[in-house]
Design a protein around this ligand. Structure first.
Ligand SMILES: Cc1cc2nc3c(=O)[nH]c(=O)nc-3n(C[C@H](O)[C@H](O)[C@H](O)COP(=O)(O)OP(=O)(O)OC[C@H]3O[C@@H](n4cnc5c(N)ncnc54)[C@H](O)[C@@H]3O)c2cc1C
Length: 360
């Protein structure tokens, strides 16, 4: 990854001077929406800094590595393409080798009976992990990792950011957030109409479980949508393309309803129940996993996103993007990030237009 994708200290962030007279833009979130937005703005000569609270990029297009050699996609499982702009980008990613088509054997599963599922449109996965496309997008972008932004204050006509330690993270002409809706709402207090829109979006949680087995399970599919179960999806992660050299590895997703009921339960209890549901759904005899863990996505999927491609206030130069604006999938998040970049650029080219706008 490029040298500009860095983990800089707070002091370095706040002291870095603006390059010439370029507009300085802060973007919260290095998921696909934030990275798409940052890349587009950087390409047009704006000085963009991304702040990401985690240790790496990708957001919910997440890949976790373990000491056992297994890698798990515990967020997004695959993505599909319907939009032409996104198709062009995916073609570039295919050429760069950071995604590939996944023709896995997918079925639906009710009470142990697998029914093959017809593949209507191609499914794609990141290679070697789901976060690979995001790592690719992050190249050349100025990113501060492990930087959780907590406050955004108006200082004259600019935005001052502070992190959770209270450290100043710089002054910016524009502030954009691509965090999930409830986390974005907390950062949009200075623009109550945008904050209200973000607050109106509910996000369901998801408990994923990650498992490896010393002996390959006798299960005859690669992924399954599960009915009548605490689980909604199971996948043999190690059978996805370019996941060679790892033990038999599985990802299970708990259903939104079950996750809501169990969201605050201890992880050991959640794991035990998900394992039990796995044996029941597959009809396989129960086997002790060689590795097992769960992760809690508090904000996984917005079942009813807004119908605006993004939010942007031209006067305040404050905006938001993400799957919760445009559609609860990877494609929707990417397109929302691009729409937000276009709104900021329009603002640059038509400085006379000061009408507040929601949705680009
Ligand atoms: C379990 C699960 C399964 C899914 N399955 C699929 C699927 O199969 N197909 C599909 O297309 N989509 C799927 N999705 C949805 C898809 O992952 C998302 O739509 C997409 O990745 C959202 O991207 P985003 O950039 O909008 O948000 P995110 O990826 O959530 O990025 C937002 C980023 O903001 C960061 N952040 C938050 N608050 C702050 C802060 N205060 N300061 C700094 N950083 C902050 C977060 O750490 C995160 O990295 C799934 C999601 C989950 C969780």
């Amino acid at each position: 990854m490029s040298g500009t994708h860095s983990q800089a200290s707070p002091a370095a962030a706040s002291n870095s001077p603006p390059a010439g007279s370029a507009t300085r833009v802060a973007v919260v979130g290095a998921g696909i929406a934030g990275l798409a937005c940052a890349r587009e703005l950087t390409r047009h000569g704006l000085e963009v800094t991304v702040f990401e609270k985690s240790r790496g990029v990708g957001g919910r297009m997440a890949t976790r590595r373990t000491d056992t050699g297994a890698r798990f996609d515990h967020g997004a499982q695959y993505f599909t393409v319907r939009d032409e702009t996104f198709q062009q980008v995916v073609s570039e990613w295919l050429e760069a080798g950071v995604v590939t088509r996944w023709d896995g054997r997918i079925c639906s599963l009710a009470d142990g009976k697998p029914e093959p599922k017809e593949q209507v449109i191609p499914r794609y996965v990141g290679t070697p992990g789901m976060n690979s496309a995001c790592k690719h997008l992050a190249e050349g972008i100025h990113i501060h990792l492990q930087a959780r932004i907590e406050t955004v204050e108006r200082i004259d006509d600019r935005w001052r950011l502070r992190d959770t330690e209270g450290a100043e993270r710089g002054l910016f002409d524009a502030f954009l957030t691509t965090a999930p809706a409830p986390q974005s709402a907390a950062l949009l207090a200075a623009a109550p109409h945008l904050q209200k829109s973000a607050q109106s979006v509910t996000m369901h949680g998801c408990w994923p479980a990650m498992l490896t087995f010393d002996r390959r399970l006798e299960v005859d599919f690669d992924g399954a949508f599960v009915d009548h179960s605490p689980l909604s999806w199971i996948a043999r992660n190690s059978n996805k393309p370019e996941r060679t050299g790892m033990p038999d590895s599985w990802v299970l997703h708990a259903s939104p309803r079950w996750t809501t009921e169990q969201l605050e339960q201890p992880s050991e209890q959640v794991l035990a129940q998900m394992l039990e549901a796995f044996w029941q759904a597959t009809g396989h005899r129960s086997v002790k996993p060689s590795y097992s863990t769960v992760h809690r996505w508090r904000y996984a999927i917005p079942p009813e996103p807004l119908t605006q491609s993004c939010l942007f206030d031209h006067e305040l130069k404050m905006g938001a993007a993400g799957d919760w604006c445009n559609g609860p999938r990877v494609e929707g998040a990417y397109l929302s990030g691009i729409a937000l970049a276009a709104a900021v650029q329009n603002d640059q080219t038509s400085a006379l237009d000061t009408t507040p706008l929601e949705g680009a």
